[in-house]
Structures are given as structure tokens and as C-alpha cells.
Design a binder for this molecule. Structure first.
Ligand code: NAD
Length: 440
């Protein structure tokens, strides 16, 4: 018999405590969850729990600059939910990191892990810093101070950070090393799995770097037929050509897809016959952006022309809130595939809905990264190292099964794929709460 749960504060229409700013990313994230709760008829207490993070840590810490001066930095770690397992989520280094954004990103991690059926909860962290302005030594000192400031709030079976915008495998190696060196009892010495996304030499997994982009390709292979599109003739645009965008381009290119338009922080390029994605990725490695890239048929264009270029699929893989109302009107595509998290403003999302542009949500499309992070954590715990084929196989299986769950839920609840994805995640979380009950 399932236990009856009495909830002290029942929130029938559950719009609890979300910030009032219309463009608040956290309010937008809570709204997506509330809509899904409506559709799957989740209990009010589940909505209430998911509408706020469990723990919010804010730290301030000094870092010595190379010139001998000291600067104080602000860091966040938001632990949203751990009903399914240890908190899990990336660390972002960016000058615009804010509490509201990190809370939204942590909530999306809870949803993503639940949708993927990973035994993880959701978290996110960040430091308000322009990492490009720091030397490698300054970056190392900042990372070590931030890690020690988080202290026991992270841990291999408690909260496991990973890379995000502005961080990479090197930063994860320093975090892991700092954690082990500040937890000097014997029990902690082998705990390299306190972070994932490490370099392979420090216990990282094969395939982690390309995992998120590769995952986008697996999702599209599964769901494009549902949207009357084909992989081998796919014409697509990319907003952002960093880790997610560039590796998505490699994976989609291998299936016959053509990158027609691309934009990053420095330039926008269009090529009606398809850009050579391998050469473009190498250009970014050498020059830091796509600006100045030359190839037959490639033109540099203003931003508006980039957004207005006609393609089947538009993939935002840059930062949050970039597709506002105006840009949503400019887009000329059938499907928007969320490669990055929260790419639209609420007003932009409404325009897409009115224009009948389907949206594939980030909690499905960019879940490849956390999936291979999970595989890295498993390998570290088991003391094994799998080859790339095995990692890819597990990634594909996990993502394709999740995409199928989303498709079935969209039919079952007669709703769009985005609401269906959140619905599948909420149902899994609600089931766990129902079985466990609320302590005490
Ligand atoms: P990245 O830093 O490697 O790349 C970001 C890209 O966005 C770069 O090409 C940059 O030039 C571009 N960009 C930045 N500002 C821009 C602007 N104003 N206009 C146009 N382009 C701009 O970051 P990433 O790791 O590829 O992450 C991108 C998104 O995907 C983020 O939302 C991140 O949270 C999400 N994500 C990343 C991963 C991962 O494994 N890396 C996993 C899940 C989700």
C-alpha cells in the first residue's frame, strides 16, 4: 500500500516563491516544471519541493593575482534536489554568473538526471569571473580556493561537480587534487570521482569531451522522423561553436547533416552548401573564435541575417536567454533544438509557440554530458577504464531510451515534446517521493 502523505502547505496552483522578474531564468525553469506537473497530475507537495533548491551556498574568497595584489571573488553552489542520488552539476566561470541563473541551472540538472534515469540529483555552481582575464596560475589558485571554500559541501557520494561554460578538464583536475589534499584521512585518498569531466590522465572517461554534442545527434536521429525531417538531408544553424556546438557539428556531419549558418561571440558565417565543420573547429582552436574563417562559398554576415537564414533546425548552443521576442520572430526553421540551457526568454518561447516552431528541450538534448559524467563516476568507483566504443554505446542507449520515453509521453498526455520531457522527469521524481515518504 502506498503511504498517504500529509503536506502542511498544500499549494494547489503551485506558483510558489518564484522571483518576479519576467526574464528570470529560475522563474522560467519553475514554470516549465509547474506546467509538466499539471499535465502529469503530480502531487502538490512535489511541486512545492521542486520549486526551491534544497541548499544554497554562497562564498567569498580572496585570490592572489600574479602582480601580488588580492581580489575577492564570489562563488555559488546550489544543491537543488538529491532524492534520486548525489547532487550533480557543472561549475561555470563567467562574469555574469548570478544566484538566480545558478538556481535555474541546478533545477534543470534535477530534471535532466531524472529524465535520463541516472542515480543523481541536480546541482550547479559558478564563480563570477572572466576566466579569459586570468593567467593559468591565477586560474589554478582561484579553483583551489573555491574548492576549499566548498569544503565538505562537495564529495564523491554527496555532490559531484563537472565542467560547464568557462571551465574544462584542467580545472576539474585541480578541483579533484584540492579536494583530496584537503581531506587527508586515508578514506578520501582514492576519491578521484569527487568531480567528473577530468582529463583521461587523471581518471576522466573516454568520450566525455564530445559527449554533449554527440548526444544531440542521437536525440535527433530518434526524434526527427516524428517531426517529418531526415538526418541525411538535414540543414541546420548553430548559435555557439564551443564545446557543445562544435562537437554537435562533427556528429551531425557524420550523418549527412549540413551546417548552413553559424554564429559565436565574434562573428556570423553563412554557406548555402554547408560549412566545413572540421576546418572550422580547428580555426577556433587556433584563433579563439570563428571570426576570419575563410572557405569556398562562406560569407561573413550580420547577426540578423544569421538568425533569418532558412534551415530545418536551429540549435542554440551558447548562453541563456539569447532568443528573445524579436529573434524568435526572425527565426526561419521548423524545429529549435536546445543545445544550451534556457536559450529563450519567456517572451521568445511564446513567439515560437505561436509560430508553430517545435522545441526539443535541453534536459533531453544536452544530457549527453552528464550521462558520460555518470559513466566516468561509475568507472572511477569500479576502478576500470572503458574504451570509447563502450562509452559511446552506453551513451547512445541511455539517450535513445530517454528520447523514446519523451515521445511516448507526448502521445500519452497529448502534449508537446518539451512538456512531455519535463513530465517524464517529474513522474520519476514523484514516484520516488511517494515510495520514500517525506522524512520524518
Ligand atoms: P563554450 O564556452 O564551450 O561555448 C560557448 C559558445 O557560445 C562559444 O562559441 C561562444 O563564442 C558562444 N557565445 C558566447 N556568447 C555569445 C554571444 N553573445 N553571441 C553568440 N555566441 C556567443 O560552452 P559550452 O560548454 O559549449 O556550453 C554551451 C551551453 O551548453 C551552455 O548553456 C551550457 O550550460 C550548456 N551545456 C554544456 C555542456 C557541456 O558538456 N559542455 C553540457 C550540458 C549543457
Amino acid at each position: 500500500m502506498t503511504p498517504t502523505l500529509r503536506v502542511p502547505i498544500e499549494l494547489p496552483n503551485a506558483k510558489p516563491l518564484s522571483p518576479t522578474d519576467p526574464d528570470s531564468l529560475f522563474a522560467m525553469a519553475v514554470e516549465s516544471v509547474n506546467q509538466a506537473c499539471e499535465v502529469v497530475n503530480a502531487p502538490g507537495y512535489v511541486r512545492a519541493i521542486l520549486s526551491q533548491p534544497k541548499n544554497e551556498l554562497i562564498v567569498h574568497f580572496p585570490v592572489r593575482r600574479d602582480d601580488g595584489s588580492y581580489e575577492i571573488f564570489k562563488g555559488y553552489r546550489i544543491q537543488h534536489n538529491n532524492v534520486l542520488g548525489p547532487y550533480k552539476g557543472g561549475i561555470r566561470y563567467h562574469p555574469e554568473v548570478s544566484l538566480d541563473d545558478v538556481k535555474a541551472l541546478a533545477l534543470w540538472m534535477t530534471m535532466k538526471c531524472a529524465l535520463m534515469r541516472l542515480p543523481f540529483g541536480g546541482a550547479k555552481g559558478g564563480v563570477k569571473v572572466n576566466a579569459r582575464e586570468l593567467s593559468s596560475n591565477e586560474l589554478m589558485r582561484l579553483t583551489r580556493r573555491f574548492t576549499s571554500a566548498m569544503g565538505n559541501h562537495i564529495g564523491p557520494d554527496h555532490d559531484i561537480p563537472a565542467p560547464d561554460v568557462g571551465t574544462n578538464a584542467q580545472i576539474m583536475d585541480w578541483m579533484m587534487d584540492t579536494y583530496i589534499n584537503t581531506h587527508t584521512d586515508g578514506a578520501h585518498q582514492g576519491m578521484v570521482h569527487v568531480v567528473t569531466g577530468k582529463s583521461v590522465g587523471c581518471g576522466g572517461s573516454e568520450g566525455r569531451e564530445k559527449a554533449t554534442g554527440q548526444g544531440i545527434c542521437y536525440v535527433l536521429s530518434e526524434l526527427l522522423p516524428e517531426l517529418n525531417l531526415r538526418m541525411d538531408t538535414l540543414r541546420y544553424s548553430l548559435l555557439g561553436f564551443g564545446n557543445v556546438g562544435a562537437f554537435a557539428a562533427q556528429a551531425l556531419g557524420a550523418e549527412g547533416g549540413k551546417l548552413i549558418a553559424v554564429m559565436d561571440h565574434a562573428a556570423a558565417l553563412v554557406n548555402a552548401d554547408g560549412l566545413p565543420t572540421g576546418e572550422l573547429q580547428q580555426h577556433v582552436v587556433n584563433n579563439g573564435s570563428i571570426a576570419g574563417f575563410k572557405s569556398a562559398g562562406t560569407r561573413e554576415v550580420p547577426a540578423e541575417e544569421f538568425y533569418r537564414t532558412s534551415t530545418d533546425v536551429f540549435i542554440p548552443a551558447a548562453l541563456e536567454r539569447m532568443i528573445d521576442e524579436e529573434k524568435a520572430h526572425w527565426l526561419d526553421c521548423k524545429v529549435l533544438v536546445e543545445g544550451g540551457n534556457g536559450p529563450t526568454t519567456p517572451a521568445g518561447a511564446e513567439v515560437l509557440r505561436q509560430r508553430g516552431i517545435a522545441v526539443l528541450p535541453a534536459i533531453l538534448c544536452n544530457a549527453g554530458g552528464v550521462t558520460v559524467s555518470y559513466l566516468e563516476w561509475v568507472q572511477n568507483k569500479m576502478g576500470v577504464h572503458w574504451d570509447l566504443q563502450r562509452v559511446d554505446r552506453e551513451l547512445q542507449r541511455t539517450i535513445v531510451l530517454a528520447a523514446r520515453r519523451v515521445r511516448l509521453a507526448s502521445h500519452r498526455h497529448d502534449t508537446d515534446l518539451s512538456t512531455a520531457a519535463f513530465g517524464v522527469a517529474v513522474e520519476h521524481l514523484a514516484d520516488s517521493y511517494l515510495r520514500r515518504g517525506i522524512f520524518p
